[in-house]
Ligand binder design. Structure first.
Ligand SMILES: *[C@@H]1O[C@H](CO)[C@@H](O)[C@H](O)[C@H]1NC(C)=O
Ligand SMILES: *[C@@H]1O[C@H](CO)[C@@H](O)[C@H](O)[C@H]1NC(C)=O
Ligand SMILES: *[C@@H]1O[C@H](CO)[C@@H](O)[C@H](O)[C@H]1NC(C)=O
Ligand SMILES: *[C@@H]1O[C@H](CO)[C@@H](O)[C@H](O)[C@H]1NC(C)=O
Length: 420
């Protein structure tokens, strides 16, 4: 969860970097293509054939071994997600650091899950919201990248139930050639796996949705060559910030009628189209949907619209971040809550005196999943299993449902993979 807009550079700055980046990107691409073109092409052809053969779409689910609501991997149904990113593994001084609770999951639960559900791919989720600095230091030269790749190799050997890694660098910046170095890392990881005869290992990325970040952070052509798919974090478009003290929707599907210029870019449809227009192969685009929400405190109980003045995060959730269970528990304790559904953006929100929450429900996930399916992309990512309505407090699963329950992830699955 990061402040996307904060990193948004001024338009003028963008143009200065543009020429500089262009030149370096061209040089880099030329050298890479010239030296390793053949290898890359073989990999790409094999990839394309594989993609054509499998009509299967991905449902990628994030799973955290930590977090307030402790969730066992073994409680995740084997027919829910096609891929599970298990984390979070930290980067520390260019090598992977596995926190104790994650080590426990990787040692025991991951093997048992794999035995029961061999069709589900399990990936190690590396990085996360606070890892930007560690990634920047790690990609900086060949030696540090090599240390990282060696540490990935050791961890994948130690936990053979893992099928690959998901790199969650938030985010490469326009500085210090981070984009080029990141692309170089992706290339080197792929080459290492070819050398080790592990062509089926999966390399995925969690990527920023807003163009103001993505423009500087990623080289689409290099991603097409070396990365299996990207998980587009198409959420956190709005949350409470001191410099933007207004309510807003976490993951609006489309721009709202009143939005213009940059505000009209903070939605799923705009960012999906931006990524496609900028050259990412559609089958590599996995669009992320949240199961969590964001809470706000209103300035006035008489203005509870989207875009109403807010003066802080809300009481619901932790630090303004709400799981679906927390949202439904809050609804029950709030005085006279009003529940709304904004049809234009496929997004529910609620207000109760001074409290305001943007969240997801079965209707919004259904609507957004239908959009992604109709776009014929690489699939849906969900962030996260942990923040779905594990306790079935919203009642989507009926009164006698087993818990933990995953009503939103189930909804996405029913639409994207009805026969999985
Ligand atoms: C590792 O990640 C966890 C969870 O994101 C964080 O609390 C912790 O501070 C990190 N440790 C290091 C050494 O970066
Ligand atoms: C980081 O790793 C390098 C090489 O393994 C080592 O020489 C250095 O002392 C480490 N730095 C820290 C701060 O641990
Ligand atoms: C994994 O399971 C074994 C045997 O069931 C147990 O002894 C061990 O403590 C577990 N490891 C962790 C890290 O939980
Ligand atoms: C979706 O995005 C595309 C490209 O930006 C745009 O042309 C189209 O009007 C958008 N759709 C809606 C319903 O806003």
């Amino acid at each position: 969860m990061v402040a996307y807009e904060k990193v948004h550079p001024e338009p003028k700055q963008r143009h200065r970097y543009f020429h500089y980046c262009c030149f370096l990107a061209l040089l880099f691409t030329f050298i890479t293509l010239y030296t390793f073109g053949l290898l890359a092409l073989t990999k790409k052809q094999a990839d394309d054939a594989e993609i054509a053969a499998s009509a299967g779409k991905r449902l990628v689910c994030y799973y955290s071994s930590a977090g307030p609501a402790k969730l066992s991997l073994l409680d995740v149904p084997g027919n829910l997600c096609t891929h599970i990113n298990i984390g979070i593994a930290n980067l520390s001084n260019t090598t992977l650091e596995i926190p104790p609770d994650l080590a426990a999951v990787l040692q025991n639960e991951t093997c048992l899950f794999r035995e029961k559900n061999p069709q589900v791919k399990l990936l190690l989720w590396i990085g996360g919201g606070d890892s930007g600095h560690e990634f920047a230091e790690m990609v900086v030269n060949h030696e540090t990248r090599k240390q990282f790749i060696r540490s990935v190799r050791d961890v994948l050997k130690q936990y053979p139930s893992l099928d690959g890694i998901d790199l969650d660098w938030e985010f490469p910046s326009a500085c210090d050639k981070e984009r080029q170095h990141f692309s170089q890392l992706l290339y080197e990881i792929r080459m290492e796996w070819i050398r080790e005869k592990l062509p089926d290992n999966i390399l995925s990325l969690a990527v920023a949705a807003p163009e103001g970040i993505a423009y500087f952070a990623y080289d689409m052509q290099q991603i097409n060559l070396y990365v299996d798919y990207v998980n587009l974090m198409a959420y956190d478009f709005h949350f409470y910030r001191k410099d933007m003290p207004f309510t807003g929707l976490n993951a609006p599907l489309f721009a709202r009628a009143k939005e213009s210029s940059i505000m009209a870019t903070f939605n799923i449809n705009y960012t999906v189209n931006w990524w496609l227009k900028n050259g990412l192969e559609p089958q590599r685009l996995v669009v992320g949907l949240p199961t969590f929400g964001h809470s706000y405190t209103l300035v006035s109980p008489f203005n509870s619209r989207v875009g109403a003045p807010a003066r802080g995060i809300g009481k619901c959730g932790e630090a303004g971040f709400t799981t679906l269970t927390a949202t439904c528990e809050c609804i029950k304790t709030f005085f006279a809550p009003n529940l709304y559904f904004d049809r234009q953006t496929c997004s529910p929100y609620l207000s109760a005196i001074m409290e305001w929450i943007s969240y997801e429900n079965a209707a919004s996930i259904s609507c957004k999943a239908h959009y992604i399916k109709a776009m014929n992309l690489g699939g849906i990512m969900v962030f996260s299993l942990n923040t779905d309505d594990l306790k079935n407090k919203c009642g989507y699963m009926g009164p006698r449902a087993h818990t933990p329950a995953f009503p939103l992830v189930e909804t996405a699955k029913r639409i994207l993979l009805p026969h999985y």
